[in-house]
Design a protein around this ligand. Structure first.
Ligand code: GLY
Length: 336
């Protein structure tokens, strides 16, 4: 596509798309009145397609694997560290162990590597754990600090608070959970609350656990901070941190890692994830030839950002569309 490309939205997805288009020599205008303050700000940054695999979402795994392969070079180019070492799954009681076993079976059936661990093996992998019955290691998962990624992208890409007067040749919509009409109905808002804690003794790997039926994850950062997440709730109102959400996260996290009792509570934040009807993202054309979507990433915006950037740029340059994420599957001809 020749001419100016306007990218609406400067979260991790919009910025990654803009960066890729700039690298390929396009003229780009990014528009966002509050860059980097949406869902990217509350993301844990797990690059964990296996750990994040849910029943019925196996197709997301295929996309996640493709994007995971891009992440090491992507992070290196942006100068942002990638943390490796995998994800430890842990179960606290017998009911939790059943849930964990189901996850292990799902991951294994999808062809991912998973190493089952008894209680002792799990504790030797992560001695900071409290009372646990067993677990597993997903060895290939990584994590990244999404705020560092957004800061690195913002350092390269100027962002305007409002669109300029020059008409664009094409527009890419990457506005997360709030899409403009007529696309707004394509996403549903799924609130996620996370807590940031600072501890002198963080876990060595990402932990994903079932704690008396509640799911919780704990993602360590090199700085000594840990991110504890995440609640998941569909709601019509503003994404605020609720007492119940924060309490559930704290209760699960401190049962899992009793040493967190002494951690400093640095931040509690809530944002809406953009879920879609089929929980697959919307990346590619609409029925309006001037509008491309890079939206609907649900729980996977950070993971899928580099792949989304390539798919959008390939579409704009060559008309390529990946059928699995083609937005037209959820659009009618009446939606332009
Ligand atoms: N990807 C983690 C979450 O959405 O909670």
């Amino acid at each position: 596509m020749a001419g100016l490309i306007r990218v609406l939205g400067a979260g991790i997805v919009g910025l990654a798309v803009a960066d890729e288009l700039l690298r390929r020599g396009h003229e780009v205008e990014v528009v966002d009145p509050a860059p980097g303050t949406g869902a990217s700000r509350a993301a844990a940054g797990m690059l964990a397609p296996a750990g994040e695999l849910w029943h019925g979402e196996e197709r997301v795994l295929t996309l996640g694997r493709r994007s995971t392969e891009l992440w090491p070079a992507y992070a290196a180019r942006l100068g942002v560290p990638l943390r490796s070492g995998g994800t430890l799954l842990a179960a606290v009681d017998h009911g939790d162990l059943q849930l964990l076993d189901r996850q292990v079976a799902l991951v294994r059936a999808a062809g991912e590597r998973v190493v089952e661990l008894g209680r002792r093996e799990l504790l030797s992998e992560e001695p900071r754990l409290g009372r646990v019955l067993g677990g597993a290691l997903l060895p290939v998962d990584h994590s990244v600090d999404p705020r560092a990624v957004v800061a690195a992208l913002l350092a390269r890409i100027p962002v305007c608070a409002a669109p300029g007067s020059r008409p664009p040749a094409g527009t890419v919509i990457a506005t997360g959970a709030t899409l403009p009409p007529p696309y707004a109905r394509l996403v549903r808002r799924v609130r996620g609350e996370i807590l940031r804690l600072r501890t002198a003794d963080p876990p060595q790997r990402t932990l994903r656990a079932w704690v008396h039926g509640q799911q919780v994850y704990v993602v360590p950062r090199a700085s000594g901070e840990v991110v504890v997440g995440a609640t998941q709730e569909e709601h019509p109102g503003r994404p605020v941190v609720t007492v119940e959400g924060a309490w559930r996260l704290l209760d699960s996290a401190r049962r899992l890692l009793p040493g967190l009792d002494r951690a400093e509570l640095v931040e509690a934040i809530a944002r809406d994830r953009p879920g879609t009807l089929d929980n697959l993202p919307l990346i590619g054309p609409t029925h309006d030839p001037a509008v491309t979507l890079a939206a609907g990433h649900f729980r996977h915006g950070v993971l899928l950002a580099p792949l989304t950037a390539q798919l959008v740029a390939d579409h704009l340059e060559h008309g390529h569309v990946d059928p699995a994420v083609d937005p037209r599957r959820l659009l009618t001809q009446g939606d332009t």
